[in-house]
Design a protein around this ligand. Structure first.
Ligand SMILES: Cc1cc2nc3c(=O)[nH]c(=O)nc-3n(C[C@H](O)[C@H](O)[C@H](O)COP(=O)(O)OP(=O)(O)OC[C@H]3O[C@@H](n4cnc5c(N)ncnc54)[C@H](O)[C@@H]3O)c2cc1C
Length: 426
């Protein structure tokens, strides 16, 4: 795909080679416009970096449906009573106060890629020169037989931050000793590969603190193995012996039906009863991405590994969970890292700013029990095969000293504070 430079930008603007524009002349002609759909880990970061590094030369509009953003990251710690809800909920006020950045709280309902406009539910059409799509995921409810959006009001997924997270926590708090939890864990690819297992750890921690010695957690997994499996299994045996049982598909034989009202999950092996069902279905890119024709058969959006530019449309960048980012897992850390690469390339397109080779990073921390943190992570770049590839990796080791685990947990707290201030500027 052709890289956009000042000359191609001029031709897009309908100007000939004789009238090549410098960035300051571009501003004189009216500032270039960037619209961002989704104010989460990816979208909020790219909005802030474009406003900050664009130094007023770009008009940035962030379209986000919600007035506040509750992070999924650290939501398991809220479930485990380690954090409160306010500490994982953030406002857009500081972003909205930035020069050159407008925050529109509305739902983007359509993208006209020919006219280069985004339509919002309120009816306005917002024009762009470059568009960033970062809508996160949608849940494929019927990927789990018997599950639905209405069933999620009884058997929460809590895989999108906000009311679902609070519902899961309320259901956990209402449990009595002897009542059980059943989780249906999702197939790949999904956001936050270690997330379901950190959640199990935090729910087991809650049962333990309440002295619920007769309650258990059964994980009915839809995949044969999972992220940081050895570390979680070791942690569950050490901290919650006899509480957590993990059953892969070759043991339970497949999920046949979820009955949220009855609190049952039927499998080939048996029917499991839970007073709390946590059903996490399969996922795909947020709906606006497929509506705009940016997805492929996988339900996610192909991108150029060196820029996060859509392979479908050179004026569009897709970042975060909605993108197909090669070896990078779908995480807030990844989305934040991809946002900075996208912002750099957009400034290259629109302001002729210098563009460096893309470098990405990710770390996924998980809390197994208080002060007992583990992590897995890597550095990434664009590979020769056109995919994002890992260049170096690391993972916590089994049997680490408590002081190492505590340091890992403290590191995760520092990360949470820095990513949320990187996203929201507050
Ligand atoms: C339980 C759990 C734990 C996790 N823990 C971690 C962790 O420890 N570390 C980590 O790095 N990641 C973690 N994650 C993953 C992380 O939350 C996601 O990967 C990250 O939020 C993805 O960022 P995003 O920008 O793609 O999407 P999101 O952060 O989901 O943001 C998308 C935003 O777009 C908005 N939106 C969607 N469609 C539209 C539309 N049409 N119009 C307007 N607005 C729209 C939504 O309201 C939302 O605010 C966890 C996830 C879960 C579920």
């Amino acid at each position: 795909m052709k890289k956009m430079n000042r000359r191609t930008f001029n031709s897009l603007m309908g100007l000939g080679a004789a009238s090549l524009l410098s960035p300051s002349m571009v501003m004189a002609q009216g500032k270039p416009k960037v619209v961002i759909i989704g104010g989460g880990a990816g979208g909020a970061t790219v909005a802030r970096y474009l406003a900050k590094d664009g130094a007023g030369a770009i008009d940035v509009t962030l379209i986000e449906n919600s007035k506040t953003y509750t992070t999924c990251f650290f939501s398991n710690l809220y479930v485990g009573d380690v954090r409160n809800f306010d500490s994982i909920t953030h406002s857009y006020d500081s972003l909205a106060a930035m020069d050159g950045l407008s925050v529109v709280h509305d739902m983007a309902t359509g993208i006209d890629r020919d006219a280069k406009t985004v339509t919002v539910a309120g009816g306005a059409k917002i024009p762009y020169d470059r568009l960033v799509v970062s809508p996160g995921i949608d849940l494929i409810y019927d990927s789990v037989p018997g599950y639905s959006e209405s069933a999620a009001e009884i058997a929460p997924h809590a895989w999108q931050g906000g009311p679902q997270t609070e519902l899961l926590k309320a259901k956990l708090d209402a449990l009595e000793n002897g009542q059980n939890i059943v989780m249906v864990a999702p197939p790949n690819p999904y956001r936050c590969p270690p997330g379901p297992y950190e959640r199990v750890s935090m729910m087991a921690h809650t049962l333990k603190t309440r002295g619920f010695t007769d309650s258990t957690i059964t994980i009915l997994d839809t995949k044969p193995k999972f992220s940081k499996q050895g570390l979680f299994t070791e942690g569950w045996e050490a901290n919650y012996p006899g509480v957590v049982e993990w059953l892969p598909p070759e043991i339970h034989g497949g999920i046949l039906n979820v009955d949220a009202a009855a609190g049952t999950v039927e499998t080939d092996l048996d029917t499991f009863e839970g007073s709390l069902l946590n059903v996490i279905p399969a996922q795909r890119a947020g709906a606006i991405a497929s509506t705009a024709g940016l997805t492929n058969d996988s339900g996610f959006c192909p991108i150029e590994a060196g820029s996060m530019r859509s392979t479908v449309d050179e004026n569009v960048f897709v970042i975060g969970d909605a993108s197909i980012a090669g070896a990078m897992p779908k995480s807030g850390f990844s989305a934040n890292s991809q946002a900075k690469v996208a912002a750099m390339n957009i400034r290259g397109d629109l302001l002729d700013a210098r563009v460096f080779p893309a470098r990405y990073a990710n770390t996924c921390w998980s809390l197994i029990s208080p002060e007992n943190g583990v992590k897995v992570g890597a550095q990434y770049e664009a590979g020769e095969d056109g995919k994002i590839v890992a260049t170096s990796k690391f993972i916590s080791q089994a049997g680490e000293e408590a002081s190492v685990r505590s340091a890992t947990y403290q590191e995760s707290i520092g990360w949470y504070d820095s990513i949320t201030s990187d996203m929201f500027g507050a």
